[in-house]
Design a protein around this ligand. Structure first.
Ligand code: BJW
Length: 273
């Protein structure tokens, strides 16, 4: 399915210059050039890992050790890599344009490490470096999250068994009944309170949103994709950056939109310069 839009970079730049409010939806393809795998498609995590066994609340209930092992490995990979030129270009755009907001589905911490201004960045799916409780509202972020995760990592390295067991997982220090789990949003779970509505409020605010960037996402997961529809209804013109044109079909691009096919780490700095 060929996207209808395929306009030129200079044409997009002309539009960006006059854009006052810009929203970006960021997906796993943004971090692909930093060496982190995406989810769907060739080389994606779901090709070799079963999403139902790893990224749902039922999976954690069934085997919390397996789920923690999966997230500890991803945390290590994220820590051992660096933001790429696309993360940096988006952070730069945010510094230049107060009316730019990025909403990230990524949990890898790379946009933060690229110094994207925090008030212009929202997270839909949590953070690999946070820990929360399965029962109460406890969230351990920053140093507290790190300390909790390090205690689990230590258990793993010291354990004689290659597998983490339920009794290895620390309990919640607040409610004393739940278990500590990764601070991410799994399938069927609601987003962090207030996130959904605050992004809709941003889209509805004045002046009207001019531009929506959709970078490195297969656009399959709700509610990220619902923001696209909302921005489109407000009249935003859409620019998509994606390696695979098949994935762009879901977005139903129109004549006035842009599709830039290729690596985000190359194209994003080019279109935002
Ligand atoms: C490049 C590139 C390069 C590669 N340059 N491009 C039926 C049952 C249950 C639930 C639902 C249902 N129907 C709908 C739902 C709702 C569900 C959903 O959307 N499901 C659909 C899949 C059908 N959504 C939810 O459950 C969400 N919660 C919610 O909606 O709450 C309200 C609600 C509650 C209860 C019921 C219903 C509603 C929560 C979704 C949480 C998703 N979590 C994950 C895991 C997070 C933690 C973790 O990382 O482990 O988030 S799943 C995974 O998908 C991850 C991602 O953030 C997310 C999006 O993936 P993304 O970023 O698009 O990656 P890919 O791999 O799909 O695409 C990468 C793209 O990059 C590709 O297009 C490549 O071509 C491209 N690319 N390299 C540029 N170098």
């Amino acid at each position: 399915l060929r996207p209808r839009a395929s306009r030129s970079i200079p044409d997009f730049e002309d539009h960006l210059v006059i854009s006052r409010r810009i929203l970006a939806l960021l997906g796993a393809g943004l971090s692909a050039s930093s060496g982190l795998p995406t989810f769907r498609g060739a080389g994606g995590l779901w090709q070799t890992h079963d999403v139902k066994q790893l990224s749902t609340p039922a999976a954690f209930e069934e085997d919390p050790g397996l789920v923690w092992t999966f997230y500890l490995e991803r945390r290590k990979a994220a820590r051992n890599t660096k933001p790429n030129k696309a993360h940096e270009a988006l952070a730069e755009l945010a510094r230049k344009k107060q009316g730019f907001l990025a909403i990230s589905m990524n949990i890898d911490g790379l946009s933060e490490r690229a110094a994207h201004p925090p008030d212009q960045l929202r997270f839909l799916h949590g953070n690999l470096f946070d820990v929360k409780c399965t029962r109460c509202d406890l969230i351990l972020a920053g140093e507290a999250g790190d300390a909790a995760i390090q205690s689990i990592e230590k258990l793993m390295t010291e354990s004689k068994s290659p597998k983490l067991h339920r009794e290895d997982i620390p309990g919640c220090p607040k409610c004393q009944t739940g278990l500590l789990r990764p601070g991410v949003v799994w399938f069927t779970e609601p987003l962090p309170p207030g996130t959904l509505s605050s992004v809709y409020a941003w889209i509805d605010a004045e002046p009207t949103i001019d531009t929506m960037l959709v970078i490195g996402t297969s656009a399959e997961v709700y509610p990220g994709t619902a923001y696209f529809e909302a921005a489109r209804k407000k009249g935003a013109r859409v620019a998509v950056v994606n390696l695979d044109q098949e994935d762009v079909g879901l977005l139903a691009l129109e004549e006035q939109d842009w599709y830039f096919q290729g690596d985000a780490a190359v194209l994003v700095p080019e279109i935002l310069k």
